[in-house]
Design a protein around this ligand. Structure first.
Ligand code: HEM
Length: 467
């Protein structure tokens, strides 16, 4: 209950619970932990908020200088190790997202090498993304004129691309949907159970179902089975391809000690979890924005139709489609998908902004607030793609935008995500006018859990005159 000397300002700590009750109260009041914590930081007029939740020391960092410091300094590159993390990684602390130390370094490097340039330029993945986009366009064509919710189609598409990258095969639609449902309910179960199970892990023995533990365990097994099946198909060479699983198996044969089947399975899971909802939510937010703003939609269409003249979009067009690129940057600022980035584990006693951060503290970065910082962004509450375009018509200010983080833990899937989002949104806007159904404007207010998502909405698509 006694705070370390020079620990960042924050609410009073109570025995056992620390300041959990005030954080829970503010989370409920403001609809998300991110917003709840922001109000707390404002209340204490601090850019570094010091908390203790249960037994865990947690520090939340605000402002560009402090956030860049955490992103780029080596002592913040760890990940916490707790029951929650182990449950997420099928019981072991492996993979990439929640690993650290030598295992993380070696495997992150390997995965980054595999992911580098995927989707950028005229690669096989870009062709896959274009095919996927045409598939979405076809689905919309079949449903023209009636209200549809594109969420699950987009999510399935992203999943298809991630799976193609991992296992170079199309999973049949029913299985794909099953995998997606599993991942969705799993993330819901996590937000529900995460807090309780992490603070009181033993409650899983007493209330296995109520605590969410039983559900997560069953879902872990099912996801595991799907990935295992793909791995064994690769091992007996019954699929031919050039994909992540093959590259990894090749590395296993080179006698690399840490390249085990277990590790491969968890990296595949990491890619599916980190890449699916994040990417499809950005696309849904982009559609929501054009639906709510006719002027922006018309301007996008004008640029796309003039520049591409009906041609299939590819990543290389992004340099010519300046307004469209600025629009996508603005979507990722305005609706920051991961508003509270991290968690990081501090590897040595450290200082942030003059405050003392003890070794093993968990650090979170409020990029969601940074993307609305009035010192960086003029009229931050306005949605304005123009803020990213200078007088010469080229892009500016993107160095203050951190949708994928920065530094050693920066998202390794950004190239894939960016080109997927670009090709799909351009492909849709090129072909359809998008209106709201029954004249009802859907809410712009997101639902913010671990990541941010739009409220479910439907839209009516009408074909554009073909030019
Ligand atoms: C728009 C879509 C995406 C967003 C907004 C996003 C965002 C992020 C962010 C902010 C981090 C870093 C967290 C930190 O600094 O601690 C991260 C990490 C990660 N992302 Fe993404 N991501 C997206 C898509 C993807 C895709 C498509 C993949 C896979 C192909 C992917 C794989 C990963 C992995 C494996 C990590 C963990 C890296 C590590 O801990 O070293 N992400 N992502």
């Amino acid at each position: 209950v006694i705070k370390p000397r020079k620990y960042p300002p924050g609410p009073k700590w109570y025995p056992f619970m620390g300041c959990s009750s005030i954080v829970d109260k503010l989370t409920k009041k403001h609809g998300s932990q991110w917003k709840g914590l922001s109000t707390l930081a404002k209340e204490f007029s601090t850019d570094v908020l010091g908390l203790k939740l249960g037994r865990e020391l947690i520090v939340v960092v605000y402002g560009e200088k402090n956030i860049r410091h955490v992103f780029t300094e080596k002592q913040f590159e760890g990940r916490p190790d707790n029951f929650f993390v182990r449950m997420r990684c099928l019981g072991k602390r492996m993979g990439i997202t929640f690993a650290d130390g030598p295992l993380w370094r070696e495997h992150r490097q390997f995965t980054v090498k595999q992911l580098r340039n995927v989707g950028f330029g005229k690669t096989k993945m870009e062709k896959e993304i274009q095919d996927e986009m045409l598939h979405i366009v076809k689905y919309i064509e079949m449903n023209c004129g009636k209200p549809i919710n594109t969420m699950s189609t987009l999510a399935m598409s992203v999943m298809n691309i991630l799976w193609t990258y991992i296992a170079d095969e199309r999973i049949e639609e029913k299985r794909l949907k099953h995998l997606l449902d599993l991942l969705n309910s799993r993330s819901k179960a996590f937000s529900m159970a995460g807090g309780l199970l992490n603070q009181l892990p033993w409650c899983r023995f007493i209330f296995p179902e109520l605590s969410g533990y039983g559900l997560i365990k069953r879902m872990n097994e099912q996801i595991s089975n799907i990935i295992e099946e793909a791995i064994s198909k690769h091992k007996n060479k019954s699929v031919k391809g050039n994909d992540f699983i093959y590259s990894f198996i090749e590395e296993m044969e080179n006698n690399k000690e840490s390249f085990t089947e277990e590790q491969l399975k968890i990296i595949c899971l990491d890619v599916l979890i980190a890449g699916s909802q994040t990417t499809s939510n950005v696309l849904q937010f982009a559609l929501l924005t054009v639906l709510r703003n006719k002027t922006i939609q018309d301007r996008l269409y004008e640029e796309i139709s003039k520049t591409l003249e009906g041609k299939l979009p590819s990543w290389s067009d992004s340099y010519r489609l300046v307004y469209t690129s600025a629009f996508l940057y603005e979507v990722q600022r305005f609706y920051t998908i991961v508003p509270l980035m991290g968690p990081r584990r501090v590897l040595n006693d450290s200082i942030i902004d003059g405050y003392f951060i003890p070794k093993e503290t968990t650090v979170l970065c409020s990029v969601g607030d940074l993307h609305f910082d009035p010192e960086i962004w003029k009229e931050p509450r306005e949605f304005k793609p123009e803020r990213f375009i200078d007088e010469r018509g080229t892009l500016k200010n993107i160095e203050h935008l951190y949708p994928f983080g920065l530094g050693r833990r920066r998202c390794p899937g950004d190239a894939l995500a960016k080109s997927f989002i670009f090709i799909v949104i351009v492909g849709i806007l090129q072909k359809f006018k998008i209106d709201c159904s029954d004249g009802i404007l859907p809410s712009a207010d997101p639902i913010i859990g671990l990541i941010s998502a739009p409220r479910p909405f439907s839209a009516v698509f009408t074909p554009r005159e073909s030019k």
